[in-house]
Design a protein. Sequence first.
Lengths: 336, 317
Amino acid sequence: MGANVTTEDQVEPKRRWQDVDLRAVAPFVALALLLLLGAMVNSNFISLNNLANVATRSAFIALIAVGATFVISSGDLDLSVGSMVAFVASLMILFMNSNAIADPGMMIAAAMLLALIVGALCGLANGLITTVGKIEPFIATLGTMGIYRGLTTWLSQGGAITLQSAEQQDLYRPAYFGVILGVPVPIIVVLAVTSVAAFVLYRMRYGRHVVAVGSNPNVARYSGIKVDRVRTTAFVIQGVCVAIAVMLYVPRLGSTSATTGILWELQAITAVVIGGTALKGGASRVWGTICGAFILELVGNIMLLSNFISEYLIGAIQGAIIIIAMLVQRSLVRKS
Amino acid sequence: MRKGLLSLVTVAAMAMGSTAGFAEDKAYTIGVSIPAADHGWTSGVVFHANRVAEVLMAQHPGLNIIVKTSPDPASQANALQDLETQGIDALVILPSDPDPLVNSIKEIKSKGTFVTIVDRAPSVNDDSVRDLYIAGNNYSLGETAGNYIKATTPDAEVVVIRGLPIPIDQTRQDGFDKAIEGSGVKVLDRQFGNWNRDDAFKVMQDYLTKFPKIDVVWCQDDDMAVGVLQAIEQSGRTDIQYVVAGAGSKDMIKKVMDGDKMIPVDVLYPPAMVGTALEMTVANLYGQVPMRGTFTLDATLITKDNASAYYFPDSPF
């Protein structure tokens, strides 16, 4: 829209429908259908409390998936994010337990800063191994996935790493359980992070470079884009997003174990793809991504609230619903 | 000279088996093969294997215990071979997956080594595979929890969080169902929490949405209890009277000791059973007492009174 809206009366109705990017809207249509389904299954489902619970718990995957949107748009893949969550969170808790700073508030602030730095460094490692080492991202991050997971298991000696100081715990708890103007803090964080990510992707030069590199790295290179730097930066952004997710994760259970974050990488990738970003790179839809993360969490929630689905079948039905959601998307896109 | 004498004694001890003489002078080597610490319970196994090994070696100067951890069945088979090469008189094994390891275990047993299997039994579990079997009691873990709930809150409405869809979990459910059969205890729902804190948190949140009134949560596992407690606290609901978990992690036992209202009891499925196995194996070597057979541990109900006996603050689990 914009430039030639002068002939508004005749052209506008037709135009408006075609101008809407259906691929971008599709995940929200799927979401609406799911909400409808949920409301039919259990009357408690549509309660604000339940939806807020589900949105809040989808925050981790949503935040990680925002980072994954960058990596996937630039044509790469990061399998290490689940292990990275466990590793960064473990270091953060160990640091908080060290009581290096007497004031608990300052201690938490320092620990959050540490998480950010460690997350960024983990992402940088992934990026450098992929670009400088010229190793397929699938293999490179499969390797670091093992490394981060192994380091976590070693740090915890296979057991759990638990936040000890009750004072710190009480002070930090609101970061996950708190509410601002009726909205849970994690939801606000997700919206803020996604807004920044959307600004970077759609309004800044870097965002266009990401998509250019993802759709065709050679063309991007000949156009003077520093391809390796763009890709590495995407991995660093992923690391930072993981760190932000960790900052919300630690106050929830105040504890990590060797099984923290297992298979979260697959959930993040699924959220990105449900959201309309192509797995082969070259297109990014970051708002769709968080919608995808919400859908994933909703599916589990609906299954559990229903009274007629055997607990043994939940996995199968989750898989089917994800595929149906994708098909709904496709059919909408074809119509356009 | 000393060395020569020592090896002479070793040779003599090996030749004579456990028949003769000066108990403390006999030199024996026990190999311990356990899974690597990959979650809370196995990390407890590693801790207790090392702890009990130290105690036993201090008691018996001639005794040498080698503890090896392996992440999967294939590497555990390799570890068994390594132990065999080093020459062991007895093997204590907690198999990561028993059936694929049966042949390796039989191979060692065929050399006359005393074999003790812990916790996970192969489908053929007789004296062709092992001499001694130390078992935890999954059925009783469910039964003990069920009996406690039945006795404490006869008309409780209970939500159950299961582990993973595998036989261990089913056995625990069967024990629980048997215990509450015919009583006023009613199970509202059962869902899988995958023995994982985060998943248990989600399941519990959804239970709280789904049911306006819940009396008791049975989540059979201490790790999952962490997530359950957090979800209950967040909801601000006061109808849930208590949570029954299981295993015996230090965090939950501490709560029982401290008289936490939400965790009044815990049901024991102790990683320390590897220590039981070591003690009995040593008793077989040094004590000249019959030790062949099956020894099944109770799933003891841990209450405030006996909790300190099961509390290991230094353990990772």
